[in-house]
Every structure is written in structure tokens, then in C-alpha cells.
Design a protein around this ligand. Structure first.
Ligand SMILES: NC(=O)c1ccc[n+]([C@@H]2O[C@H](COP(=O)([O-])OP(=O)(O)OC[C@H]3O[C@@H](n4cnc5c(N)ncnc54)[C@H](OP(=O)(O)O)[C@@H]3O)[C@@H](O)[C@H]2O)c1
Length: 301
């Protein structure tokens, strides 16, 4: 099969498109003929070697954590998936930027989503949901999403709005119209956030989700009044220091099913900023690595 790979850690120039051996599903897994995969920060952090000590990968490695496509092989014990079904979901920390990938968590792709949107929903929706779930019921509450325009942040906004929250999202000004279109009240991040929020939501912010890792976690604790009202998916060190919820994604099919249900009802439509062909994997990584993505960067296989 054709796949993107890197044979050693380094910059985007280490990415090549070449033949690789086909994977096969183990018990409880499915193999998918990939239509599209998305770029997540973990992909370029792994490729660069920045996570080499924490999360070493076997080289050569195929980048990519999530994918969408059609089931083409089914492992022992799998129920509810048939050859030819349209699905999206999660593999290990690597493996998705290839013609074939093995998924251990998945859901059926709603007819309302193109494959590119389904690819953008994998890791982002699971991460957003786990972050939001840590904050308790959102119905009738005011949520602040720090870093609301990115992959995880924009998913969190849509999911929280669907759950009945009033959502304030931070982003640079060029993304404010985008945040409004998702149902959030936009504001800028950085100094003076507390004062801006006092004007925008005079009754205060009940809970906050950080997806930005910008060093603002202490401010979010002050704004909500309690570290237990704050969750981060991005700033593990400060989260642990301050006693906020620190949340990681998990390969949990039930969360993907919930995301797909929202998609089916038009409540969660993953926003795709740009689609790259497989041959331009290096450009896709470079684009995502700049940290200014609105929604998701997707690679078509
Ligand atoms: N724990 C886990 O399992 C897990 C899973 C997935 C992701 N993550 C982490 O979560 C973070 C977000 O992931 P992602 O996929 O959403 O990344 P992303 O899509 O690359 O995020 C880009 C967004 O970040 C915003 N941003 C940049 N600086 C900001 C700041 N100082 N304040 C607020 N927003 C800022 C940008 O908005 P502007 O352009 O408007 O500035 C842009 O829209 C990453 O650190 C990632 O590693 C963790």
C-alpha cells in the first residue's frame, strides 16, 4: 500500500510517500480503506522527535492518529461493522496516513458528513468530549473555551452548544466570525480576558476548557473561581500544578458514536480549513505546525 512515512525524526523534509506493508486487524479491530485522514498536533510533535522520550515510535513510522473510509477487513469478535460500511475513528498514535489503517475505535459516518469532515472529527471530537465531560453537565451553564478556533476547540464549541451551554470562545480577531458561526460568543485571548468576559457574560463563567496551552490556565482558575471548574487537554504541567482536570483522548467508540449522532442532527459539522493530497503531506504538516489552523487540516488518500 502507499503510505506517508518518516525513517528518522526531524523536520517535514523527513516525510516520504512510499510502499509499506499492509496492516491487518487483531481481535476487536477493523481495517479501513482510507479516504481521508486529519493532521493533529501529535503527528508533527512525534515526527519532530519532541516526544521521543515520552512516546517513542518504531521507525519507519506512518504519521496519523485518525481516519475515515470504508471497512475492508474485520477482526475477530467485532460486532456492528460490515465490509463496505463508511466509518471514521482512531488508530494508535501512528498509522493513519496510508491507503489502509487498522482502527480500534470507530463509529459509522453520518450521511451528513463527507469523508474529509469525518476524518476531521476523529481525535478532535473525542478529546473535546472528554474535556467537556470532566466539567459536568453543561446545560444552562456558561463555558469558556480557550483556543476555540482550532481542531479541538471548534469541536468543543459545537458539542457544548448542542448540550445547552452558553459558550464564549477565545481566538484571534480573524476567527471571530467563524466562532459566531459555530454558536459561540467570540473574544480575543491574552491580557484583559477577565475584563472582557465581565462585559460579555456579566453573570460570570461557570466552567472553562483549555485547548491552547498558552500559559493562561492560572487565569482560567481565577475566572471560574475553582480549579475543579477548569479542564485542560493541552497544558499537562500547569494543570497538575494548579489542580485542574487534565484530560487525554482515549480510543473510546462510544464518544465517536455520540459525535456522529450530533453530526446526523446537524449539530456538529467539523470545519475543514484545507485539504492536501497524500503527496503533499509535508505541506500539510508545515501548515498545521504553524498553529493557526481554523478547524482541521485534512489529507486525502
Ligand atoms: N491530550 C490529548 O489527548 C490531546 C488530543 C488532541 C490535542 N491535544 C492538544 O490540544 C491542543 C490543541 O489541539 P488542536 O488539534 O486543536 O490544535 P490546532 O488545531 O493546531 O490549534 C490551532 C488553534 O490554536 C489557536 N491558538 C493559538 N494560540 C492561541 C492562544 N494563545 N490562545 C488561544 N488560542 C490560540 C489558534 O487560533 P488563532 O489562529 O485565532 O490564534 C488556532 O485556531 C494541542 O496542544 C494538542 O497537542 C491533546
Amino acid at each position: 500500500m502507499r503510505a506517508a512515512r518518516f525513517h528518522e525524526y526531524g523536520g517535514t523534509e523527513k516525510l516520504v510517500v512510499e510502499e509499506a506493508s499492509e496492516p491487518h486487524p487483531g481481535p476487536g479491530e477493523i481495517r479501513v480503506r482510507v479516504a481521508a485522514t486529519s493532521v493533529n498536533p501529535i503527528d508533527w510533535k512525534l515526527r519532530s522527535g519532541a516526544l521521543q522520550r515520552l512516546l517513542p515510535v518504531a521507525l519507519p513510522a506512518i504519521p496519523g492518529r485518525d481516519a475515515a473510509g470504508v471497512v475492508d477487513e474485520i477482526g475477530d469478535g467485532v460486532q456492528g461493522a460490515n465490509i463496505g460500511d463508511r466509518v471514521f475513528g482512531l488508530c494508535g498514535v501512528t498509522g493513519a496516513t496510508a491507503e489502509l489503517v487498522v482502527l480500534s475505535a470507530w463509529a459509522h459516518t453520518p450521511a451528513t458528513w463527507k469523508d474529509e469532515q469525518a476524518a476531521g472529527a476523529g481525535l478532535a471530537s473525542v478529546t473535546a468530549m472528554r474535556g467537556l465531560n470532566a466539567l459536568g453537565s453543561l446545560s444552562g451553564r456558561t463555558l469558556l473555551v480557550e483556543g476555540a478556533a482550532g481542531g479541538v476547540g471548534s469541536a468543543a464549541v459545537e458539542i457544548a452548544v448542542a448540550q445547552g451551554a452558553t459558550v464564549v470562545g477565545t481566538a484571534s480577531e480573524r476567527n471571530h466570525e467563524f466562532l459566531s458561526s459555530l454558536g459561540a460568543i467570540p473574544t480575543t485571548y491574552g491580557p484583559g480576558l477577565e475584563q472582557r468576559l465581565a462585559t460579555l457574560v456579566p453573570n460570570g463563567v461557570d466552567v472553562a476548557l483549555d485547548t491552547a496551552a498558552s500559559g493562561s490556565l492560572g487565569d482560567l482558575v481565577v475566572i471560574t473561581g475553582d480549579p475543579a471548574r477548569v479542564a485542560t487537554v493541552a497544558d499537562h504541567a500547569n494543570g497538575q500544578r494548579l489542580g485542574t482536570h487534565v484530560v487525554n483522548a482515549e480510543n473510546d467508540s462510544s464518544l465517536l458514536v455520540a459525535a456522529a449522532d450530533l453530526g446526523r442532527h446537524g449539530r456538529y459539522i467539523p470545519h475543514i480549513e484545507e485539504i492536501f493530497p497524500l503527496e503533499r503531506i509535508a505541506d500539510a504538516h508545515a501548515r498545521a505546525e504553524r498553529g493557526r489552523t481554523r478547524g482541521k487540516i485534512v489529507i486525502c488518500i
